[in-house]
Design a protein around this ligand. Structure first.
Ligand code: NAD
Length: 503
């Protein structure tokens, strides 16, 4: 750290607040390896202050009119649109992904703000009139109160935007705990919300690590927790928040498969595999990390993937000619490299080995660089296949038949996204119905649903009942109430000890 190092605190009660715990963590520019920022790590007391601000704000925001909420959200949408570039630059500086990819992340987050602008339709409720004589029944949904969001490093703007716009549109107030590896985008999101007219305390950001998370999970005033991150932490969040009586959705890690059938357009499949495996340096929960080549497609497909992968330009995310940036930390880069180095001993053919790659340009020598790796004929028992590597490493597995391929995919403990590449509609339909995953692409390698559908995996990729955003998101951030109403006529009346029945 140098005297140039900036300090990032929290956003509580509508204003920037300095860290009070005295604990800080380093934020690194992955392209240079330099620590650029110190991020405050909140104590339990600082988390309590954020929850208290959210609770105080809920007293009025929870009963505010839909018109008041949506007018703020429309203004917010306009501000975010105008500041896309600034947000993307902050993302690149702390995450490392290339600017165009960071802009894509902001665009996908904006989709959920747009969905939230239309919350009036989603919260219309249901009414049944005359269910019995002069009796009507209305089903309404109401906010929960204070909701917490805990988010991962790989989408520092989009994943928070999957959560808080919809939560606050539903009338909740929110405490966000972003990743301590790239916290600045979340703070800008909160600042812009205030500029759009969001009342103080409705959206709060506490930076921190495990200490802050644990306090949120047990805090009696937090009604629900949305989490996105790795599987072991997701499992812990789900168990702990549930044990404290909270509603919880915890999205975890992934190993996403792409099944390539013998009749597929192999050029299109190779384009898709390279884009989906190496985009954002493989640090996407929807990255394709395993291609299953069926029948005799393997050799030709691997050759086409190799040809394309060799041409990818790696460099700083701020350079518009770069297609892939560095990894988030040096430790993570070394961990990713260890899978490639160990692959041959576990039976794989190492077609491309990116482990020696570095960027020589001045200032970037200490960046967290790694090149693209391609492993062929990977065994389902190999570590590179069994673990989520979260880096630019693509494993190709071979299967004789469709049945063998889908059995392999369904044996995976994860079930986030998956894709089939084929020209056969019948095979694609069969795959959609048989595959055990929450999001399926047919000739689409990264099937991230649009904002008005919901995002979520199966098995170890999601703990809880609700997918995130879309209808599931509205359902998660509200609870149901059913009101039975009767306006009696003078002739009604008399005591009746029977159980109320409809007649
Ligand atoms: P992570 O699980 O390490 O961290 C996620 C959040 O949990 C962070 O805010 C972090 O501070 C907190 N955290 C970390 N360790 C903790 C602990 N021991 N106790 C309490 N809180 C803790 O994940 P990451 O490395 O930031 O992100 C990458 C992971 O997230 C990958 O596994 C990726 O697949 C997954 N991910 C999943 C989705 C999805 O939608 N399913 C989306 C994005 C990322």
């Amino acid at each position: 750290m140098t005297s140039e190092t900036k300090t990032v605190g929290h956003w509580i009660g509508g204003r920037a607040v300095e860290g009070a715990s005295g604990a800080y963590g380093p934020v690194t520019d992955p392209a240079t390896g330099e620590v650029t920022t110190r991020v405050a790590l909140a104590s339990a007391e600082e988390v309590d202050a954020a929850v208290a601000a959210a609770k105080a704000a809920y007293a009025t925001w929870g009963t505010s009119s839909l018109a008041a909420r949506t007018s703020v959200l429309f203004a917010y949408r306009a501000l975010l649109d105008a500041r896309r570039d600034d947000l993307a630059r902050l993302i690149t500086a702390e995450h490392g992904k290339v600017h165009a990819d960071a802009l894509g992340e902001v665009a996908r987050g904006l989709e959920i703000v747009e969905l939230a602008c239309g919350i009036t339709t989603q919260l219309k409720g249901e009414l049944s009139t005359q269910v019995s004589n002069r009796v009507d029944v209305a089903a309404i949904r109401q906010p929960l109160g204070v909701v917490a969001g805990i988010t991962p490093f790989n989408f520092p703007a989009m994943v928070p935007m999957w959560m808080f716009p919809l939560a606050i549109a539903c009338g909740n107030t929110f405490v966000l705990k972003p990743s301590e590896k790239d916290p600045s985008a979340a703070l800008l999101l909160a600042e812009l919300a205030a500029e759009a007219g969001l009342p103080e305390g409705v959206l709060n950001v506490v930076n921190g690590d495990r200490v802050a998370v644990e306090r949120l999970l047990e805090h009696p005033d937090v009604a629900a927790v949305s989490f996105v991150g790795s599987t072991p932490i997701a499992r812990h969040i789900h168990a702990t928040a549930s044990a404290h009586g909270k509603r919880v959705q915890a999205l975890g890690g992934a190993k996403n498969h792409m099944l390539v059938l013998p009749d597929a357009d192999l050029d299109a499949a190779a384009d898709a595999a390279v884009s989906a495996a190496y985009g954002s340096a493989g640090e996407r929960c929807m990255a394709v990390s395993a291609v299953v080549a069926v029948g005799d497609t393997g050799d030709a497909l691997v050759a086409k993937i190799r040809d394309r992968a060799e041409k990818i330009k790696i460099g700083p995310g701020s350079d518009p000619t770069s297609e892939m940036g560095p990894l988030i930390t040096a430790e993570h880069r070394d961990r990713v490299a260890s899978y490639v180095r160990g692959a041959a001993a576990q039976g794989a053919e190492v077609v491309l080995d990116g482990t020696g790659f570095t960027v020589e340009a001045e200032g970037y020598e200490k960046g967290h660089w790694i090149g693209l790796s391609l492993l062929d004929k990977v065994s389902p028992d190999a570590d590179a296949y069994r673990d989520e590597i979260f880096g630019p490493v693509l494993c190709v597995l071979r299967a004789e038949t469709y049945e063998e391929g889908i059995a392999l995919i369904n044996a995976s403990p994860w079930g986030n996204g998956t894709a089939v590449f084929t020209r056969d509609g019948g095979a694609a339909r069969r795959f959609q119905l048989e595959v055990q995953a929450g999001m399926v692409g047919v000739n689409v390698p990264i099937p991230v649903p649009v904002g008005y559908h919901s995002f979520g995996g199966w098995k170890d990729s999601l703990f809880g009942d609700h997918h995130i955003y879309g209808n599931d998101g509205v359902h998660f951030y509200t609870r149901g109430k059913v009101v039975t109403t009767r306006w009696p006529d003078p002739e009604d009346g008399g005591v009746d000890l029977g159980f109320p029945s409809h007649k």
